[in-house]
Design a protein around this ligand. Structure first.
Ligand SMILES: [Zn+2]
Length: 186
């Protein structure tokens, strides 16, 4: 098994460009991050899958879940599902949100990415932020890891920040998942 590639937020901009020249590369990366021990059914965890990639790339079938087989793709069960945005855009937005010092607002993302609509940018940022806030790295396909960078740590090292929302108390537990400060739209 190949070595697990670095999580998205640890990549430099140059590494990002090099690693993700196209969708295929993004999908291969997602497989490696999501299932480092080999692909498993997102519903039941079954590792004994029928590889359907001959018919459709990055697709598998689990016969454990449905009599005629539950078919799923590499993005099944992640926030990247049910959108018409390529994985590369999702990765890029995630990368931007986590590597910019103060986080990035949906408006900034919208401008930077050149999306056709602000709504798209807002939606993507929202889904990413929710998954991060909930600490649900599976939903992010494992492309992000919770590490020191955003759980507590020294203030100056923080890439993420979130006002506690309680408006006042100086607060704050150290081991707390921090999310980008650009709460716009949440
Ligand atoms: Zn299954």
């Amino acid at each position: 098994m190949a070595k697990r590639p670095k999580p998205v937020h640890q990549l430099t901009a140059a590494q990002f460009e090099e690693m993700f020249p196209h969708e295929e590369a993004c999908k291969a990366y997602l497989v490696a991050r999501r299932w480092p021990e080999g692909v498993r059914c997102p519903r039941c965890g079954n590792p004994k899958l029928y590889d359907a990639s001959l018919y459709k790339s990055f697709h598998w079938q689990c016969r454990n879940c449905a009599p005629d087989g539950y078919r799923f793709s590499v993005i099944a069960g992640t926030i990247f599902e049910n959108t018409n945005k390529p994985l590369r855009d999702w990765f890029k937005v995630t990368h931007l949100m986590l590597t910019s010092k103060k986080g990035m607002s949906a408006l900034q993302i919208f401008r930077y990415m050149g999306f056709g609509s602000y709504k798209t940018a807002w939606y993507m940022c929202h889904r990413i932020r929710v998954a991060l806030t909930e600490g649900d790295m599976q939903k992010l396909g494992g492309i992000v890891e919770v590490d020191e960078t955003y759980i507590g740590g020294k203030d100056k090292n923080r890439h993420w920040d979130k006002k506690s929302g309680s408006g006042g108390r100086g607060d704050t537990g150290k081991r707390r998942l921090l999310v980008p400060s650009n709460g716009r739209g949440m």
